[in-house]
Design a protein around this ligand. Structure first.
Ligand code: AVI
Length: 322
């Protein structure tokens, strides 16, 4: 059995937190549900399908940047360092860095989902036998302890790919960067994948794919509420809406009620007007400068940036002073 460091919010039962967040969000004006609840089993599978859609460029662009610039990016990783991946998921992107930085001593994948984390860790041990693989089960938005060997390493490098930073509100992104700084410590480096501001047509198409997978992903939230919270949402009573909000530099996803209706969730009744929406996700788009400014505010200094040939996506590096 592999020893895994654990850190979760104290006294929280995931099911009741989901219920509280949904009931609170549906009681608010305008109605909203946090985007983190997309990712049940079906939602995670639908997201994997999204990453392969012709219109959804971020995953392909990020992989291309990592492959094209792996040796330059790896120069930011000193010999003997520990690479800490925030929200590691499938490790697919980290593997590119691990292969490009053979002097790395340890890899610390951090994720809230322990099953996937342990499975991936076992595979990585086989593929990178010289590397210490030290998984940590934790919510990356809260403080957690690094394993002793990672703390003792001569340097720590954080890795936060996938443009997940874009799903945080700007103040949450700043809080994440501050938390990463205190976990990684003085002298650390952080490598972040962020989607870039671009033409409205490209952005809108990426979140309104012709095959309807993103719509299914959005509507799956209602399927999850029906199953886990005794909801009575009728899927044909709601529609996927996604559009770019130019003022706020973000894609907004909503579920729009097609008619006046009442829905029960966890014993409470919620009324919808025709056209009223539940705001389910924001996906903020940055420039190199705007993410740099946000990072500077919480103590990180820009230390490098790479983009794909169309400048659709960026990998940005930041350093903390000693
Ligand atoms: C996970 N995250 C970076 C995706 C995004 O693009 O904001 C989630 C997503 N939502 C719709 N399509 C993809």
């Amino acid at each position: 059995m592999v020893a895994v460091a654990r850190k979760r919010m104290p006294n929280t039962d995931e099911a009741s937190v989901f219920e509280i967040d949904v009931v609170e969000g549906l009681s608010a004006t305008p109605k909203r549900i946090p985007a983190k609840y997309f990712y049940d089993g079906a939602g995670s599978q639908l997201f994997e399908r999204i990453t392969e859609l012709p219109e959804y460029y971020p995953t392909r662009c990020e992989l291309r940047i990592l492959r094209d610039h792996a040796s330059d990016i790896a120069k930011l990783i000193p010999a003997g360092a520990a690479l800490v991946e925030f929200g590691s998921g499938s490790n697919r992107k980290a593997r590119i860095l691990l292969a490009a930085a053979p002097k790395l001593a340890a890899y610390v994948p951090v994720d809230i989902c322990d099953e996937m984390l342990l499975q991936e860790a076992a595979e990585l041990r086989g593929d990178f036998p010289q590397l210490k693989i030290l998984p940590v089960v934790a919510d990356i938005c809260f403080p957690f302890e690094l394993p002793a060997e990672a703390k003792a390493a001569p340097a720590r490098v954080g890795f936060f790919p996938g443009s997940t930073i874009g799903n945080f509100e700007p103040h949450e992104a700043a809080a994440f960067l501050r938390n990463a700084a205190s976990i990684l410590g003085a002298g650390a480096t952080l490598i972040v994948g962020a989607d870039l501001i671009k033409s409205v047509e490209v952005l809108n198409a990426a979140y309104n794919d012709a095959a309807g997978v993103t719509a299914k992903f959005n509507l799956n939230l209602l399927v999850r509420i029906n199953r886990e919270l005794g909801g009575t949402f009728k899927l044909d009573g709601f529609e996927h809406h996604a559009f770019y909000n130019r003022e706020r530099h973000r894609i907004e996803m909503h579920l729009a009620s097609l008619k006046r209706q009442k829905v029960k969730v966890a014993g409470d009744t919620f009324e919808f007007r025709a056209g009223e929406t539940i705001h389910t996700e924001n996906s903020y788009k940055y420039s190199i400068e705007s993410l740099g400014a946000l990072a500077r505010c919480v103590g990180w200094q820009p230390a490098g940036a790479w983009t794909d040939p169309r400048d659709y996506f960026s990998i940005q590096a930041f350093r903390l002073g000693e």
